[in-house]
Design a binder for this molecule. Structure first.
Ligand SMILES: Nc1ncnc2c1ncn2[C@@H]1O[C@H](COP(=O)(O)OP(=O)(O)OP(=O)(O)O)[C@@H](O)[C@H]1O
Length: 587
């Protein structure tokens, strides 16, 4: 499956605004009550505002013209009360929606982070961490801004507009039609330009992601940058990403602001039309001054929200572009699903068996061709071969980091895909080429993924470590279990990182232990220690060792030679050495 977010979704595949918004609302169904309350407040606010011009018109024609000051005072008092209620409803909905926005941000960030956690390794191979961070942080915040600031203004503006439109047409159809004429132009203009505006915003968010990816890459590789004096190179790359971001931001800014002047022009034209037509109708005796004032008021109530809608529509486009990028992740499903365990024919008695396995990375050529191999319980196997031959890939299939493109991998006689993640990872310990540590103590790091000993006291843990023959390794660290490491593990050596990863894997007592170049950075004395620990593992433990240093595989029961996607038995140690020399010369 292709997990590349920047390639999987083309513009044509993106959801329409309506569908996207509907999906978004589904995600925040728990906010339904608050959304209705805020909507109620905003509708009340609009209704009160819309009654204003009618009351003013009545007061002019009945109280001012006839000099009835008592009625004028009462009208003034009613107007003040109406404006106060309007102020309160406006404050109430702003407060309510501010919270809805923050909770949406919280829900979305959790949802997107949880989804990322469920996705397979292939997803991380194909997407840059910086871009993903930008989606989790930046794009979700665009939605928060939309919910906390724009949505209710948006709905309020629509309510004002619709209400004003109804009043305009109800008071006098002819005048109503004249005052609404410029709105048709606005409608047309908006419909034509909206997709373009959304595209400009999507392009801008993409460059924000790219900028973030650039920062992440240079921060992650700062040592190499300094060592190779490549600061200029990264400065140039960053400058390019920054320039792209600047250009797309300017372009999105222009797109977002294109509606406003046009809407303002149409609004002025409408006021002018009302004034001219109103004066003409007064001269014909068909209209009153009060009605002209009411029409000017309602035209204002119709076009001012429309002008606000121009800005809000742009906010909506930004939010929907962000939501598109978020839903791209939320819609992804891991292709490493658990399947029902079917019968295996012929049955397998091996711990691990490959049957006609083919594999290629997404978007790449086939790496492993028709592999057949079997690993028996309690034995030690070595995978040797030239660089890039396919050893790590083979091991990754055993640990089900990927599924074969063709063929079957069996674990304890069952299709490996039929095991749940927890069952499988309990059986398999994998020490990766690049050991992974996270911020915390050695204790936390070696108990990572080990639910059995998670709550053991330090004393119990020390006993367990002694039983697993790991105490000499722990002694390497001055502060023992309490030694602190950072996620980059900058304070400790690569060899020490490998030792921690080794302790972590051994302590879990897996049925199968895979060591991928796990001792490549460890001195020969400590390596001998690791070898002894491996020898003392329970007799049922199967070991798969990938190594370039051949002395580490001298004691293997079987050596496999992995080259150009073929995995063949190498026979004796001497034979393997010869094959390796030959394979390395050829590759
Ligand atoms: N994530 C990936 N995406 C695409 N291709 C990959 C990926 N990882 C490895 N490859 C390719 O697969 C092939 C086999 O790589 P693999 O890491 O399995 O080799 P290896 O024998 O373990 O090499 P080494 O001894 O250097 O660790 C290589 O051609 C490599 O470029």
């Amino acid at each position: 499956m292709n997990y590349n977010l920047n390639k999987t979704f083309t513009q044509g595949q993106r959801a329409s605004n309506y569908t996207a918004f509907k999906n978004l609302l589904q995600l925040i169904t728990s906010e339904r009550k608050n959304l209705w309350l805020a909507l109620g407040a905003i509708l009340l606010n609009s209704a009160i505002n819309l009654l204003g011009p009618l009351l003013i018109s009545y007061a002019v024609d009945h109280f001012i013209v006839h000099k009835e000051y008592r009625g004028l005072l009462i009208s003034g008092a009613i107007l003040i009360c109406m404006y106060l209620i309007s102020l309160f409803t406006s404050y109430f909905q702003t407060k309510l929606m501010g919270r809805v926005g923050q909770r949406t941000l919280f829900t979305l960030r959790n949802a997107i982070f949880n989804k990322i956690q469920q996705l397979p390794v292939a997803f991380f191979n194909q997407n840059k961490a910086g871009d993903l961070i930008s989606r989790v942080n930046n794009d979700t915040d665009k939605l928060n801004q939309f919910f906390s600031q724009a949505l209710m203004q948006f709905l309020g503006s629509i309510a004002n507009m619709v209400g004003a439109g109804i009043f305009l047409l109800a008071l006098n159809v002819k005048m109503g039609a004249i005052s609404l004429l410029p709105a048709l132009l606005i409608l047309l203009f908006t419909r034509v330009l909206s997709p373009w505006v959304k595209r400009r915003n999507a392009a801008n968010l993409k460059t924000v992601g790219a900028l973030s990816a650039e920062i992440q890459e240079s921060l992650g590789n700062f040592k190499a940058i300094v060592a190779f004096n490549r600061r200029d190179y990264f400065r140039k790359r960053f400058s390019e990403a920054n320039t792209n971001n600047y250009n797309t931001a300017v372009s999105a800014g222009i797109a977002n602001n294109i509606f406003l002047p046009f809407y303002a022009l149409c609004s002025s034209i409408a006021q002018l039309l009302v004034l001219v037509a109103g004066i003409y109708l007064i001269s014909q005796g068909e209209f009153t001054i009060g009605l002209v004032l009411a029409y000017l008021g309602y035209t204002n109530y119709f076009y001012t929200p429309l002008r606000q809608l121009a800005t809000l529509w742009a906010n909506f486009q930004v939010a929907m572009a962000g939501w598109d990028r978020i839903s791209e992740i939320l819609n992804l499903e891991s292709d490493l699903v658990t399947v029902p365990a079917g019968p295996v024919t012929p049955p397998s008695s091996s711990l691990v068996e490959f049957r006609n396995v083919h594999f290629g990375y997404p978007e790449g050529k086939e790496i492993l061709h028709n592999i057949n191999l079997s690993f028996e319980q309690g034995k030690t196997y070595a995978l040797v071969g030239p660089t890039g031959g396919g050893k790590t890939t083979t091991a990754s299939l055993i640990a089900r980091l990927y599924d074969p493109t063709k063929g079957t991998v069996l674990l304890s006689g069952k299709d490996i895909r039929s095991y749940s993640d927890s069952e499988r990872t309990k059986k398999i310990g994998f020490i990766l080429q690049e050991p992974f540590l996270f911020s915390g103590t050695i204790r936390e790091n070696i108990l990572y993924g080990n639910s059995e000993y998670l709550h053991a006291s330090n004393e119990e843990l020390v006993t367990l470590i002694r039983e697993a023959n790991l105490e000499k390794l722990l002694a390497i660290f001055e502060e023992g279990l309490d030694t602190r490491v950072t996620s980059g593990a900058e304070g400790i050596s690569l060899g020490q990182k490998q030792i921690i990863a080794f302790m972590r894997a051994v302590l879990r007592k897996p049925d199968l232990l895979i060591l991928d170049e796990a001792t490549a950075n460890i001195d020969t004395v400590t390596e001998q220690l690791l070898e002894e620990i491996l020898q003392k593992l329970p007799a049922t433990t199967t070991r798969v060792i990938i190594a370039h240093r051949l002395n580490t595989i001298e004691n293997a029961d079987e050596i496999y030679f992995v080259n150009s996607g073929e995995v063949t038995k190498a026979g004796s140690f001497q034979n393997a050495m010869e094959k390796l020399m030959q394979g390395t010369r050829e590759s």
